[in-house]
Design a protein around this ligand. Structure first.
Ligand code: SF4
Ligand code: SF4
Length: 362
């Protein structure tokens, strides 16, 4: 698998990385199988986060004996130095390592957060200290939205890597406005949500025949992201051996899409559900969990997206997801605690009501 130079970090990373966000969905043994297979097949970059529930622990348990075979990137959502220090200690323990290659300030996605992390006593100060102490190698930032903050963090020169959402729909024009700036600043560019938080892996894609079926849509999407000259590493979340094999095959046999293939891909993706727009589409990141009253918010939104996006004959799939939700949206007490954590800026209580209306009478 080809490797790319991750900006000023100097690391040589495989163009496909392992996104650890979905590891909490599978057992320890399944996670170990997926992660070990990824390394066996040549992947050398794994990304996780302190708030991906037990993702760090699973990586640590599965791979601590192979620590010299991969770079590990994790993240903290803490905004103050003291909490970052605590969280870094937990991440190191979970990952069973004494060194994190890239430590990222997570979801710096609005002006207030950006100000808080760089203020005296803020998160950046602790990251800098950790780098001086040799606990981490490089400092990165992840931003889900707000292009102004993206531009300011790039211009600040404080970070060696930037992680942003980018996929062929690119409704926010990240490819045009942000990635070139990051490359000009010699930052490593890491792409999250290449498959739109899993929306492009839904069974509804089975109605797409033109490009060769659902697998081809996923492969086409990954190829389209990888061929952007400003992208260094793409980290789809993976939770099955088959997904690891398929994604590795795309990277190993990487070839850029022709203009015609790209147009076809966009046309086919255009047939899928809702347009990918921040504030409207749930990324299934799970950051909003746990809900105060126990609603599985991403599952509710998944059911609603399936109902809206699928052909009628596939609505039973949406109903299955809806029925699996134990605490229904009506239980929401509108405390809005989830909204503080949602990187997509979704008005969650409001969209829960809309989702419930779709399934009224079931
Ligand atoms: S606003 Fe509703 S969905 Fe969000 S945390 Fe509170 S109870 Fe849960
Ligand atoms: S509602 Fe927001 S925080 Fe929750 S899973 Fe969706 S995008 Fe993530």
């Amino acid at each position: 698998m080809d490797k790319r130079h991750l900006g000023k970090t100097g690391l040589e990373v495989t163009m496909l990385g392992y996104g650890g966000i979905k590891l909490p969905n599978i057992s320890e043994q399944e996670a170990a199988e997926c992660l070990n297979l990824a390394l066996d097949l040549g992947v050398n970059f794994i990304d996780t986060a302190r708030n991906y529930r037990d993702s760090e622990e699973k990586i640590g348990k599965a791979l601590h004996k192979r620590r010299d075979e991969f770079y590990i990137a994790t993240k903290t959502s803490a905004r103050d130095a003291r909490t970052v220090e605590e969280q870094l200690g937990i991440s190191l323990r979970n990952l069973q390592t004494d060194y994190i290659d890239i430590y990222q300030l997570h979801t710096v996605s609005n002006a207030d957060t950006w100000e808080a992390v760089r203020a005296p006593g803020g998160a950046y100060e602790a990251a800098l200290k950790a780098r001086e102490e040799g606990k981490i190698g490089h400092i990165g930032v992840t931003i889900h939205r707000d292009k102004q903050v993206m531009k300011e963090t790039i211009a600040s020169g404080l970070f060696e890597t930037i992680m942003v959402c980018y996929n062929p729909m690119d409704a926010e024009d990240v490819a045009g406005e942000i990635l070139p700036l990051a490359k000009e600043a010699n930052m490593g560019v890491i792409i999250m949500k290449p498959l739109s938080g899993g929306q492009l892996t839904q069974p509804k894609n089975s109605r797409i025949a033109g490009l060769g079926g659902p697998d081809a849509v996923i492969a086409g999407t990954l190829r389209s992201v990888m061929q952007n000259p400003h992208v260094d590493v793409v980290i789809p979340g993976m939770q099955a051996v088959a997904e690891v094999e398929e994604n590795v095959a795309v990277a190993e046999n990487f070839a850029p899409l022709s203009g015609q293939e790209h147009e076809e891909l966009l046309r086919l993706i255009g047939q899928l559900s809702t347009e990918f727009r921040y504030g409207q589409v749930c990324l299934r990141c799970g950051y909003c969990q746990p809900c105060t009253v126990g609603i599985d918010i991403p599952a509710v939104f998944k059911a609603a997206d399936m109902k809206r996006g699928y052909d009628e004959k596939l609505h039973y799939l949406a109903s299955e997801v809806w029925e699996s939700v134990e605490v229904k949206p009506e239980a929401c007490v509108e405390c809005e605690k989830c909204m503080e954590k949602c990187p997509a800026g979704i008005n969650i209580p409001e969209q829960l009501k809309q989702a419930a209306a779709l399934f009224a009478g079931l």
